[in-house]
Design a protein around this ligand. Sequence first.
Ligand code: BGC
Length: 438
Amino acid sequence: MRGVFYLYNVFMIYKFPENFKWGSATSAHQIEGDNNNDWTEWEMSSSRIEQLKKEGKNPKDFISGKADDSFNRYEEDFDIAKKLNQNIHRFSIEWSRIEPEEGRFDSNAMQHYQKVVKALRDRGIEPMITLWHFTNPVWFAKKGSFLNLNSPKYFTRYVKYVVEHLPDVKLWITFNEATTVYSGFSYLKGLWPPQYKSFFKWRRVNKNIIRSHIQAYKEIKKTYNHSPVDTNNSNIANLVSGPADDWGTSHNVEVGLAESNTYSPGGNKFYERIIGKIYNYYRNLYFLIRAFPHYDFIGLNYYHVDRRVPGNKILPNQNWIMEDMGWEIYPKGIYYVLKMIQKFKKPIYITENGTADAKDLIREKFIKEHLRWVWQAIQDGVDIRGYLYWSLLDNFEWAHGYSPRFGLVEVNFSTFERQIRPSAYKYSEICSRNILEI
Ligand code: BGC
């Protein structure tokens, strides 16, 4: 097999393609601290606090608060990413900081993110920016968020402002897991704000998110091709790295989307196959089909296998569970999902893959087992450009609060001290050698 060598029959060495990117991912609300958006409102609401108390939980563990204080400590975080030999980093921009009130754009917030991008570039790390990762500005939430028919207009206006101020960024992701996780949790199951349980609202939100993505995609392409920004504007020019004549003339910007896909094997009986197809459509294919061809790459977030589809017993029982999340780990699933989305004929980045593991007992094995299947998919013709572990840091895990620890780096949430976990060094060897050895 191409690119694999046996060493004394003990180790196997899997070589990744040249230019393959290695890195990690985060999102604004989970690490920045001091945000003010629809999630912070929900975290502090009396109904949420009552609900947590009823479940015997301490509400303090479910309030994002200062998170990792990465809004102030991002340089320290990127020093760590560099030390760990990472050359790509995915983070998200917090819409509620950029546009805290409808139509009022905060240039200080924008400058902050320009500095973040520069800090990455100074360390030789390619930025990949997510424009929306679950949170909404309060004013937008009051308008009904993506239930609002005008939501594509609001979203695209924000995107245009951001992109115009970061003209040298090459990799953009419009939405993170918007139709696979967010809309279901927030509008169908009532688990996340605004806690609706409505099939019709769920459908409407999905449709408006797709429309928002397509409009934003077109806007980003237009912005990059027509150089609408004043290149002599010193504020921006001083902050953004790269030669000034790159401005607006960069045609190789790539705009993608990230969805959370699962491997969901169904059974062989007729009704099992039908249910499997419907589930698979909504969970894995809906956004990619509806938004096609308006994306340049696909971001795959892959964590676990899903046995809810009837007849799933065809999947061997491996008993490998991510305890904190209750997820069943099945590394080969990433291979099946990659092969499935290969049909869209777009390059793929693994934009998230990781495990909660406070004691760092399974993380190294988790990474290596998944990478083995990523490598296999590459051998079988899937165009995969990079792998980004979730997450660089322990962080605020949404409705689960602070207990699940996904980080390559352990964070003390009282002192904000960062401590690199042993598995992170193992991953960094893979990153530096471009080779997986098992
Ligand atoms: C999300 C992250 C989250 C991770 C682990 C993904 O669904 O994009 O924000 O922390 O999974 O649950």
